[in-house]
Design a protein around this ligand. Structure first.
Ligand SMILES: C=CC1=C(C)c2cc3[nH]c(cc4nc(cc5[nH]c(cc1n2)c(C)c5CCC(=O)O)C(CCC(=O)O)=C4C)c(C)c3C=C
Ligand SMILES: [Fe+2]
Ligand SMILES: [Fe+2]
Length: 334
């Protein structure tokens, strides 16, 4: 086969996580110094970020200590990148394809990745957030940082941005498959509820027009349709609240207590995370499982994140290929 003359760079965005105990505090500082997270002008944001990251560091370090001192998010994202590169090649788009990773708050960050992409000299770039639901705090923040980094790296290739894919069929199918794997093994006769748990957001972010909560609801409804189990008991709730503000409700903790009071078992599904990290492996698997035990929940299951589930990766590959060279018609990012 003749070598392909055109090159496609796909850039995966995710949040990133500390890769050592020493990285916890600077990772948290980068997070709280993001204007999408703390909406203050400088130098106030810098000062607040220093303060909050210092205060949160011990609790966060304890969370990551339970994972061996580091987040698994980068190695798991690398597995997704590798699987996606293969799936895109399988669709034969006519490009030599390379999949890159840009994490928002820890390495590899946008600046280093933009340089690597520029060195690859692509004809086309497709930006793919590993956030199925759009939020100003995640996708928009990553795309804005990428644009600045790309300009600085002299990367001028045509770039298409995938803003969101809350009901992409492969993503929905992968979720339904993993949930069915748990539902099919439940003992007959027990009462169970599927609890779709998404990362929370401050209520004021949603009030200002962020579509994340509505898109999480769309994902959950699409998964329930795909499951096609009449009478299925299901709900959506929000986890991982940080700080004193009111966040979007219902809180996952409250739904766990409710299930206990109703003597109903739980099948907890991470509905806004596509890979395992501290908020699935520690919060859902350890902290919330413990809360469920104390709250009288008779049975507690957690569905794995989609990871490299073939249906999910195939869906991402189709999304990428359909966006090559596409003119950006962005709904949420200016
Ligand atoms: C304080 C505000 C935060 C908002 C708003 C927020 C939104 C948000 N985050 C994710 C996904 C992830 N968050 C992760 C870690 C993390 N997030 C916050 C704070 C906010 N997130 C903190 C302080 C942390 C660090 C951990 C901790 O101290 O609890 C991670 C990575 C975790 C890892 O182990 O690698 C992800 C992924 C989404 C989807 C989202 C809004 C839609
Ligand atoms: Fe699009
Ligand atoms: Fe978060």
């Amino acid at each position: 086969m003749a070598p392909l003359s055109k090159r496609l760079a796909v850039v995966l965005f995710n949040l990133g996580g500390p890769d050592s105990p020493a990285a916890v505090k600077p990772f948290l500082f980068n997070l709280f110094n993001d204007p999408a997270i703390i909406r203050l002008p400088q130098p106030f944001r810098y000062l607040v970020a220093k303060l909050i990251s210092g205060r949160r560091a011990a609790a966060a370090a304890e969370i990551y200590a339970r994972l061996g001192g580091r987040s698994p998010i980068l190695p798991l994202t690398e597995q997704q990148a590798e699987a996606l590169a293969q799936a895109i090649d399988g669709l034969d788009p006519g490009y030599e394809t390379r999949v890159f990773i840009a994490m928002r708050y820890w390495h590899p960050r946008a600046a280093e990745t933009a340089q690597a992409v520029a060195a690859f000299a692509p004809d086309e770039v497709v930006l793919l957030p590993l956030y199925p639901q759009f939020s100003t705090t995640t996708t928009a923040s990553s795309v804005k940082e990428w644009r600045a980094a790309a300009a600085k790296a002299g990367l001028t290739a045509r770039t298409a941005t995938i803003e969101d894919y809350p009901t992409e069929p492969g993503w929905i199918q992968a979720q339904a498959l993993l949930i069915s794997g748990v539902l099919d093994r439940l003992p007959a006769g027990g009462r169970y509820r599927v609890l779709f748990s998404a990362h929370g957001l401050p209520q004021k972010v949603v009030d200002a027009g962020d579509p994340y909560q509505a898109q999480v609801q769309e994902t959950a409804e699409a998964v329930v349709r795909a499951l096609n189990r009449p009478g299925l008991d299901w709900r959506v709730s929000y986890q991982s609240r940080v700080g004193p503000l009111e966040w979007i409700k219902p809180y996952t903790e409250d739904e766990i207590r409710r299930a206990g009071a109703e003597n109903t078992g739980l099948i907890v599904v991470p509905i806004a995370f596509v890979s395992e990290h501290s908020e699935t492996l520690v919060e859902l698997d350890i902290e919330y499982r413990e809360l469920a035990g104390h709250s009288g929940v008779p049975d507690y299951h957690r569905v794995p994140a989609v990871g490299t589930e073939p249906a999910f990766i195939a869906g991402l590959a189709r999304l990428v290929v359909s966006h090559i060279g596409a003119k950006d018609e962005l709904r949420w990012i200016s």
